[in-house]
Design a protein around this ligand. Structure first.
Ligand SMILES: O=P(O)(O)OC[C@H]1O[C@H](OP(=O)(O)OP(=O)(O)O)[C@H](O)[C@@H]1O
Ligand SMILES: O=c1cc[nH]c(=O)[nH]1
Ligand SMILES: [Mg+2]
Length: 212
């Protein structure tokens, strides 16, 4: 698995505001969208394109456009939904599929409670969106699921990753070709409840939780 960690002052600034527990949900959602645009720019460097003839007002030429089949974007509900708008702004022609997964906070087992994806993903490039990579359980399950459906190129976009989760993911996908991970930043560690430290808390709650 290839891992890329963004290293950019604008990313650092936006993540610091995200981390602040006093940042309200509307600002949090806006910042997540902005961070996804920066992540997606890097993460789509390997997106497949094909030649197309086009005619400018001046001359005929050959340009490059996204290849078919179209890329598939998969946000992991709930928190990954906060990254969807930013991603589809950059990739408006992508298809979108959904996976609902929740971590049991006691056992850390992953429960898949919703799935709406094409049956056959053979030859598809898939972009998985989930802001938090903690133990890695959710992403490992997701990647296995997508590979079983035939996806041959899987790129995960996460905002914060813990070293423990990155390591687990690396082992979980060992031997698989064309799996990539793009992180906005890597944090220090997990705490005893498997939350990322310093992290930003529960991303789903920060995005969609009720105001206190
Ligand atoms: O790496 P892991 O240990 O698997 O943890 C990461 C998962 O936890 C969060 O989702 P959560 O289960 O809280 O669901 P939510 O998005 O509905 O809040 C996060 O969005 C990831 O999906
Ligand atoms: O720190 C964490 C860990 C898992 N899920 C989150 O939303 N935050
Ligand atoms: Mg959550």
């Amino acid at each position: 698995m290839q891992i890329t960690i963004l290293n950019h002052p604008l990313v650092d600034h936006k993540i610091s505001v995200l981390r602040d527990k006093n940042t309200p949900s509307p600002i949090f959602r806006q910042l997540v969208e902005e961070l996804v645009a920066l992540l997606a720019y890097e993460a789509t460097r390997g997106i497949r394109t094909e030649e197309r003839e086009i005619e400018t007002p001046v001359a005929k030429t050959v340009g490059r456009m996204l290849a078919s089949p179209r890329p598939l974007v998969v946000p992991i509900l709930r928190a990954g939904l906060g990254m969807l708008e930013g991603m589809t702004k950059l990739l408006p022609t992508a298809e979108v599929g959904f996976l609902g997964m929740a971590r049991n906070e006691e056992t850390l087992d992953i429960v898949t409670y919703a799935e709406r994806l094409p049956e056959d993903l053979t030859g598809r490039q898939v972009y998985v969106l989930d802001p938090m990579l903690a133990t890695g359980g959710t992403l490992i399950e997701t990647i296995k699921f997508l590979r079983e459906r035939g996806a041959d190129h899987i790129t995960c976009l996460c905002i914060i990753g813990a070293p423990e989760g990155i390591e687990a993911l690396q082992q979980g996908v060992a031997g698989m070709e064309n799996v990539n991970l793009f992180l906005a930043t890597q944090d220090e560690r997990l705490n005893e409840k498997a939350y990322i430290v310093p992290g930003l808390g529960d991303a789903g709650d920060r995005l969609y939780g009720l105001a206190e």
